[in-house]
Unconditional design. Structure first.
Length: 251
């Protein structure tokens, strides 16, 4: 019989396994290529968005954000030079939840992810894209330091080798979210310039990522993603319950 303590040990063991792979790949790469882990930009997927794309995405989602009393154009102006912050230093109030069904173009989805909360978001220069066959691509510079403290402090010490504070990542594959659970069938995954070997994209590693990655979106209490998929028009398709108002104040 497997007791709870055994389950926790097994989960942490799987986490160590995935982190160990990432660490070995990073430290084993050529020194001359190290800059592309963080100093150079992430892979360009060719997705270019405008402020109008962001406004269109806000209209579709219905989300309104108030940060330290600022909204609208005042908030947009402030965001241009916003410094990175820890979610633990602020109080977040989510309210007026509604069920929403909408589609987002590559440009609208990329705009929303980059512009909704840049001071708190853990990914810079992010681009997301739906390919004609329904496969999804994602590229960004991940703030590893803040991810470890904000979302993964309970497993951060399990990383057997040091990771850089920021890391360019790229992924491609079939991805969906059903009832808040991530389902992935990755084709490729890059940490900086180093591709993750196929053997690390098999069931054990993927299941570990599917377990821990949802923390990034379930950090919003009450968020219900019934489904997040793509359609034949190359758009992201969302169905779920999301807060319509978000208020953020410093503790």
């Amino acid at each position: 019989m497997l007791i709870k303590g055994d389950t926790m040990s097994e989960d942490k063991g799987k986490t160590k396994y995935v982190f160990a792979v990432a660490g070995v790949l990073i430290l084993g790469s050529l020194f001359g290529a190290y800059a592309s882990f963080s100093l150079l930009g992430p892979k360009d997927l060719g997705v270019r968005y405008t402020h109008e794309d962001y406004l269109s995405a806000l209209q579709k989602t219905g989300i309104q954000v108030e940060y330290e009393g600022m909204t609208g154009e005042e908030l947009e102006e402030y965001k241009k030079n916003a410094e990175k912050k820890s979610i633990h230093d602020y109080d977040f109030e989510f309210s007026e939840y509604e069920r929403k069904e909408f589609t987002l173009t590559n440009e609208e989805a990329t705009a929303l992810l980059n512009e909704l909360a840049p001071g708190f978001w853990w990914f810079d220069d992010l681009q997301v894209k739906v390919l004609p066959d329904g496969t999804m691509e994602g590229s960004s510079k991940a703030d590893i330091g803040r991810l470890k403290t904000d979302l993964y402090s309970d497993v951060a010490d399990d990383v057997p080798l040091p990771l850089p504070d920021s890391l360019n990542i790229y992924s491609k594959g079939r991805v969906s979210v059903v009832n808040n659970q991530l389902n992935g069938n990755p084709e490729s995954f890059y940490l900086g310039p180093v591709p993750l070997s196929d053997k690390y994209l098999e069931e054990e590693s993927v299941s570990t990522m599917e377990e821990y990655f949802p923390r990034i979106y379930t950090v919003v209490p009450g968020l219900e993603i019934s489904s997040l998929t793509s359609n034949s028009n190359g758009e992201f398709v969302f169905d779920g319950v999301i807060p319509q108002k978000v208020s953020v104040t410093k503790k």
